[in-house]
Design a protein around this ligand. Sequence first.
Ligand code: FA5
Length: 343
Amino acid sequence: MIEKIRILRETALCKIKEAAGSAEIEELRVKLLGKKGELTEMLKELKNMAIDERKLLGQEANALKNELSESLEIKFKELSANDVERSLSNSSSFDISLPGTQFKVGSLHPVTIVQKEIERIFTGMGFNIVDGPEAEEEFYNFEALNIPKHHPARDMQDTYWLENGSLLRTHTSPCQVRAMQKYGAPLKIIAPGRCFRNESTDASHENTFFQLEGMMIDKNISIANLIYVMKLLLSEVFNRDVEIRLRPGFFPFVEPGFELDLNCMICGGKGCPTCKHSGWVELLPCGMVHPNVLRAGGIDPEEYTGFAFGLGLTRLAMMKYGINDIRVLNSGDLRMMEQFSIR
Ligand code: FA5
């Protein structure tokens, strides 16, 4: 038996050494160590032997099993590496020195970048972020904001009506009333979102654009609070002092109401198509919340006052990044998007 083991060892190691491919090694493994392999059969014979002989031959046979497994493994690895190399060099259409395929990674839209930045600033001041539906009820878009049916103020926002009687919200202001009804006073919220108007488009007007609504209601809130928050917001967004102007503005849902304009950052105030050659960009209407709006939200105007603003988020993104035409922001043109690497 010991002689059989010796002969098996020599022939097996020789065959392993001479094997020409990884498939051949696999065949040898089955032939030698598989269930019905030569060595396995030999081990089975041990059970018929005397105990001393079985012990000695068992040790020999097991040592050979380990040795063969190891040799098969080493040779298999060596031949597999050769196989890959051979198949690569045989294939004339594959040049392994070429760089791999590069996958494009997306980036955030400039409006989203600015929105996130403003959310960071306001949540830092204790404001909550709320949401509202884009397909809105007429009541929230107009009546609750002190704009009754047939009031001329409705003409300021040419509206897309839906067949079911609701509309595509023309501004984010409906979120004011929804938030008051849901959370009551005191209240500090911002509501970023998409708005729709049937506008003729030009360098600063789109029919689909983003606004960011803000509202603060508490006891004794005044215009001083409003101005402070607006200044803080803009200096944080632009990381420097910016030139602004406040003019009286009419919005039925605030009293008094203001238009906050930003010195045009595309032309530095000299005049260009983006600012309609005025040097100023209308950015941020704001004012003290009208008592009728507080009432519509279920808040007592005798006890509480508040301010609200409606920031033109898309226009702010244009000013921040020097984009001179609003239409590229909705164009889906990747050449524009690829310039913003923030993810
Ligand atoms: C409003 O929409 C008011 N709801 C804002 C408001 C809220 C006033 C709270 C007072 C208190 P206005 O129509 O001016 O106001 O729009 C606000 C801002 O949205 C504008 O200053 C502008 O920056 C932006 N905006 C309006 N229309 C367009 C448009 N067609 N394309 C791009 N941006 C627009």
